[in-house]
Design a protein around this ligand. Sequence first.
Ligand SMILES: [Zn+2]
Length: 286
Amino acid sequence: MRPGEPTVAEFDMQMKMLRQYFHPLPLVEAVERLQAGTLPDGAACVTFDDGYADNEQYAMPVLRKYGVPATVFVSTGFLNGGRMWNDSVIEVLRNYPGEVLDLRDIDLQCYTLRSHEQRRLAVDSILRQIKHMDPQERIERVNEIQKRGARLPDDLMLTDAQLRSLAGNGIAIGAHTVNHPILSSISPEAARSEIATSKGDLEALLQEPVDAFAYPNGRPELDYGTEHRDIVRELGFKVAVSTHWGVGTTGSDRYQLPRFTPWDRQPLRFTGRLLANYRQLDPLLA
Ligand SMILES: [Zn+2]
């Protein structure tokens, strides 16, 4: 259902290449050295968003194998059996026992589900149509889709025990709000509460400071604004990352660092993509 995501073997290759040709560093250390001008050549940081259980089950052993530091950004509202709304849609379509799913009564289409490809196309179509709905309307739509009878997994996201296991194995834990709202679509007070609560909950669970934050969806000026950047700074985070495509430079805003996904199944192309991105400078210079 998700052909774009790397398998364990592909992720193993990617981390092997990263270890061999680059200089992977912990995120907070990298940002401090970036701004002090002591960053080594080929510096890179690995991050995961949302808090999926497979980060602990499948990615962590690979990270440990190659000694690659990483940060996992967790939306705390989904810990211990929760599910993000997009995953609910994906899982209904994956597990739906019939070959036709008629959603015309909730303003969607009638989908034919005879193959994985058709199920994947149905997911794309539904997500595209409900992604930008008002959150309450979207929840109602997803609840209706869930009622169509498919059994849904409750082990997609991390448990408290898995979260502690990540932290205990040297993986940094960052905050990613409680409910993963698009910050620019909620009030400043609600945004502050989402950011502060996720930090506080994670610190209580781990008994250590949480220094890094990732903006949900992460597009500067669209999904979050400078007012949210200021909240993140005021709450005592040391760094924050967006999903803006690029690499950080000495002039980068440490509360809006860009990232990119160089995924490729071929080792040489993966490495080439990583290298090519070093020329993609951060347009959000502070
Ligand atoms: Zn996210």
